[in-house]
Design a protein around this ligand. Sequence first.
Ligand code: SAM
Length: 318
Amino acid sequence: RGVDASDEAVRGTCDDASICKRFAVNIGYWVDPYIQHFVRQAKERKAPEISRGYYARVRAVNQLLDAFLERTECNCQVISLGAGLDTTFWRLKDESRLPKKYFEVDFPIIVSRKIHSIKSKPPLSKPIMDTHSGQSLLIDSHSLDSCRYCIIGADLRNLPDLEEKLRKFNLDTQLPTVLVAECVLVYMSQEQSANLIKWASCKFHTAMLINYEQVNMNDRFGQIMVENLQRRQCHLAGVEVCQSLESQRGRLLSNGWENATALDMMKVYSSLPQNDVGRIEKLEFLDEKELLEQLLLHYCISWATKDGQNLGLAEISF
Ligand code: SAM
């Protein structure tokens, strides 16, 4: 069926993302000793603007996530939606700022691959074992559960199933919770992502949602981005929401969140710590500055908060 072929292409995006991240890490854009255990090295070079774009993406998501961990003093949960081969759990362990529990969700087929890597590579499994106590680890082909890290195979478009699985692995809806969706919602229809966003705002009284995805897709450059993905059978089902920063913000506010902000990545790039931006700009010569600007203008980070415990979540920003 066509639907499955397009799901297949969406699943392929998880390799793309991690291969680009690994390439940027190898050049020195940021440090991640774990990504090499999940994906092979890129076959060909990535253009410098691509690596700079990933740099901005990773720094931006980390900065918001870390601010939430700080406000809650790690007395919280993280749920990474469509986590793919993301390595944030291992970073937080190394930095001694793990939340009470770190959940990851992705399609079962991606999850079983990730579990296979974790099981076969001690640098990945050791941090999980080190933070585990009590009974033996619960592990099957589509899920792994330990005290602090849990990975679940589920379809984010099926909310009753998602919730049942999270609860089975002791999700605590009373704890402050941050949900991260990095390049994920755009692969769902507008209705499906709205339902997921609403579900998240209804379940927790103290929460934050961090979303990174395409924006300004109705101009010429945006159209080319969409066509490139379509050529690889990858359908941006939610592309309507990606028309403007206002529609990104509106979607969050109309689905139960109290506060929301949406910034394009050009703005974020100029708000990141400029000494580090200066450092990475020296790593590779960038011929076409305009191309980087175009790229950054077509991605955005949006975040929303709900602050039942008055932790000052609405103040989190760049
Ligand atoms: N968040 C990771 C990152 O930024 O490195 C991976 C991003 S990748 C572009 C998108 C991920 O979302 C893929 O791993 C894909 O399998 C997952 N995904 C997309 N739609 C999904 C759905 N309906 N249910 C579960 N996972 C989904």
